[in-house]
Design a protein around this ligand. Structure first.
Ligand code: PMP
Length: 471
């Protein structure tokens, strides 16, 4: 038995001193080149400890990643043991026990609706694999003319070229449009806040969207479509927009009618985030292919995955070859060990029940403290996945101009000592339709007093921000 002693020393500050790291000091090509960086030193429970001494409550699990909080020794030990036992596995030759156990755990979590798991390292990789699996499925069943995808506007499915091509996040696509595959077309998302007409019933709205999707199949030729791609609860692009009841049943029926697959992207909303292990379990549909990530390993390692049903697996089994895909680091043993331990903790500690209960409490508190604010247009979400949409004018739901960077400024203000809270920004777009929102997505084992702190702090943050702007 290996004894592992972990000593936690604070990291030295920039230039050896406590202070902010500016882009001048950073050796990393960061996304924001002109930024001052806060240095994360340690993370414990639901708190982030910065190198300058600040203690921040993590109300968004980073980027909706943290699912069991930070500093869990059971997971750390599982990873350490795996690294010492076999740190790497060339999956072209071998599998490992943690990879097999993780796949079994994931399949069991679908009640057997999905047949196999494919473990990769990021949500974008999972989406690339999902798209290629759909294409190969149709080759194997003798329908090579199927090479198109239909997805939704104002969506986000990842940052790599294939994932970006099915995504409808205009700002993230804009500079790379000429590189994106052109066999993708998009329909409207199910976004009641901005998409539903005044006085329109849920049934009529769902019907209208279903007709739009069906028309799109007809327009491009139903026999050319591989799959319809959608996120059950839209995270980064729309700020936790849940679908109207019946929407996913309607789109699944259209996919079936045209013989196309349904790919659900649950990278952000899945693995328990919305109160059931998979968001589709609340929609009454089962996807053919599903992507997962973020809460899967809860941030302890870079792990994501694809779950594939028997229809697709069966075609590959009978087909000309195994899936023509692969990454050097896929099925990484330490990643699998971390994800497996995190998933066991979620199951053994009954954390999904806590997601539902704390989600209800968070919703109540957010509505009580924020719904009346003149710049809060909408509060929406499910489980521990809540978005607050910010508007310039409440009655007309007019969004702020992109140039105002409202959600980013609010998130940055949140990190000020006065608030010490991490919330996740979203919104702004090149066409200005989408609006600004912040996302709250705390860990699944969050406690009532922490929910109270989060809701009260977010309310104070939003009201102070707009008060300072004179709004
Ligand atoms: N799909 C969705 C729905 C996401 O939210 C994200 C990441 N925010 C991705 C895919 C891409 O995941 P990653 O950043 O791990 O590549």
């Amino acid at each position: 038995m290996v004894q592992i002693e972990i000593k936690l020393d604070p990291v030295p500050g920039a230039d050896g001193a406590n202070g902010v790291l500016t882009s001048k000091h950073s050796a990393v090509l960061h996304r924001h080149l002109d930024h001052e960086f806060l240095v994360l030193d340690q993370a414990k429970g639901n708190y982030l400890l910065l190198e300058d001494g600040r203690k921040i409550i993590d109300a968004s699990g980073g980027a909706a990643v943290g699912s069991i909080g930070w500093g869990n020794e059971r997971v750390a030990l599982a990873v350490a043991k795996q690294v010492l036992a076999a740190p790497y596995c060339a999956t072209i030759f071998f599998t490992t026990i943690p990879q097999e156990e993780l796949a079994k755990e994931l399949i069991a979590g679908t009640g057997g609706d999905m047949a196999r798991a494919y473990i990769v390292n990021s949500g974008s990789e999972a989406m690339e694999a999902a798209l290629k699996l759909a294409r190969q499925y149709y080759l194997e069943i003798g329908q090579p003319q199927r090479s198109r995808f239909i997805s939704r506007e104002r969506s986000y499915h990842g940052i790599t070229l294939g994932a970006l091509a099915v995504g409808g996040h205009k700002a993230r696509r804009a500079k790379f449009e000429p590189l994106l595959m052109d066999n993708v077309s998009q329909v409207s998302p199910c976004f009641a806040f901005r998409g539903k007409a005044a006085g329109e019933s849920d049934t009529d709205y769902v019907h209208r969207l279903a007709v739009e999707l069906d028309d799109e199949f007809q327009r491009v030729g139903p026999e050319t479509v591989c799959a319809f791609v959608a996120e059950p609860v839209v995270g980064a692009a729309l700020g936790c927009a849940t679908a109207v009841a019946g929407y996913f049943k309607a789109v699944k029926a259209i996919c079936e009618k045209h013989g196309a697959l349904l790919i659900l992207d649950e990278v952000m909303c899945g693995m328990g985030r919305t109160g059931t292990l998979h968001a589709w379990q609340q929609e009454g549909v089962v996807p053919d292919i599903q992507t997962i990530g973020k809460a899967l390993s809860g941030g302890y390692q870079a792990v994501a995955g694809v779950l594939v049903n028997q229809r697709v697996v069966g075609a590959l089994e009978k087909g000309t070859s195994a899936f023509v895909h692969g990454h050097t680091y896929q099925g990484h043993p330490a990643g699998c060990a971390a994800a497996l331990e995190v998933q066991r903790i979620i199951r053994e500690e009954g954390l999904l029940e806590n997601v539902r209960q704390m989600g209800d409490l968070l919703e109540k508190r957010l509505r009580a403290q924020l719904a009346g604010h003149p710049n809060v247009g909408d509060i929406r979400g499910r489980g521990l996945f809540w978005g607050v949409e910010l508007v310039a004018d409440k009655a007309s739901m007019t969004p702020f101009p992109d140039a105002d960077h409202v959600c980013m400024e609010i998130c940055e203000l949140g990190l000020d000592e006065k608030y010490s809270i991490l919330v996740y920004p979203g919104g702004g777009s090149v066409d200005g339709i989408r609006g600004d929102h912040i996302i709250l997505a705390p860990a699944f084992n969050i406690k009532p007093d922490e929910i109270e702190t989060i809701a009260a702090t977010v309310a104070r943050l939003i009201s102070d921000y707009f008060a300072a702007k004179g709004q």
